[in-house]
Design a protein around this ligand. Structure first.
Ligand code: PEP
Length: 254
């Protein structure tokens, strides 16, 4: 049985002071509830240290939204994996669709970020998902297969212990348009099959696959009830502590 995993991607919201408040509300909200769900928040880079201070000693984990693959040097504006660890991160996202859409992220650069993060000791959520155009052209399976193979195709068995995947159909991100539980399950099942082909049966059964795209407290339980949906990567609803806690509560019962 895979332990549910709820991650919040704060995107470009919450500077250090707001991040402190939101992290505190989430920390207090999970306090005293049964520890049956992994909870992660991913604030912007500048707010990581502030959030880390608030979350120290709590079960809520901290992640960044991106990482560069070089260790150090003349890379203006970039942040290295060791810096994220030093800021209190355990996790980092790689390949979010907004990075792919707006910042030139490719399957190749996702793989570079992933390998650099793993080598430094971070855990990684690798994001994949098709656009609306690709879904309507019946390309969902081909696109997701290419993205998954491109990112995690060359992982060692040990690396797999530090990787989760997130299926995030681009047409469902921030649009209020959520994939049906059946649509999500179909793609999650495909991803799990791919993991089986690339790794082992044990890995296939162990790796968590999160769904992302307009997850809210009201639709989380149904999505999470599907066999291969092990958690959620939450954008908008992770910015309100009550909503995020509602999704965690739904996962606790799944
Ligand atoms: C996301 O950014 O990963 C996301 C799923 O956003 P939202 O929940 O707002 O659709």
């Amino acid at each position: 049985m895979r332990r549910p995993f709820i991650a919040g991607n704060w995107k470009m919201h919450c500077g250090p002071s707001q991040a402190r408040d939101l992290a505190l509300a989430i920390r207090n909200g999970v306090l005293g509830s049964p520890d049956v769900v992994d909870v992660l928040v991913c604030p912007p880079f500048v707010s990581l240290a502030a959030a880390a201070e608030i979350l120290a000693g709590s079960t809520v984990q901290l992640g960044a939204q991106n990482v560069f693959w070089e260790e150090k040097g003349a890379w203006t504006g970039e942040v290295a994996a060791a810096m994220l660890l030093d800021s209190g991160c355990q996790w980092v996202l790689a390949g979010h669709s907004e990075r792919r859409q707006f910042f030139g992220e490719t399957d190749e650069t996702v793989a570079k970020r992933l390998h650099a993060a793993l080598a430094a000791g971070l855990k990684v959520i690798v994001c994949v998902g098709e656009t609306l155009e690709e879904r309507e052209a019946d390309q969902t399976a081909a696109v997701v297969t290419r993205q998954v193979r491109g990112a995690v195709g060359a992982l060692s068995m040990q690396d797999w212990n530090s990787v989760s995947l997130a299926y995030e159909p681009v047409w469902a991100i921030g649009t209020g348009r959520v994939a049906t539980p059946e649509q999500a399950q179909e793609v999650h099942h495909l991803i799990r099959d791919l993991i089986g082909e690339m790794a082992s049966q044990a890995t296939q059964e162990a790796v968590r696959i999160l769904y992302g795209g307009s997850v809210k407290p009201g639709n989380a339980a149904e999505l999470l009830s599907k066999a291969d949906v092990d958690g959620a990567l939450v954008g908008g609803a992770s910015l309100q502590a009550a909503d995020f806690l509602g999704i965690i509560a739904a996962a606790s019962g799944s």
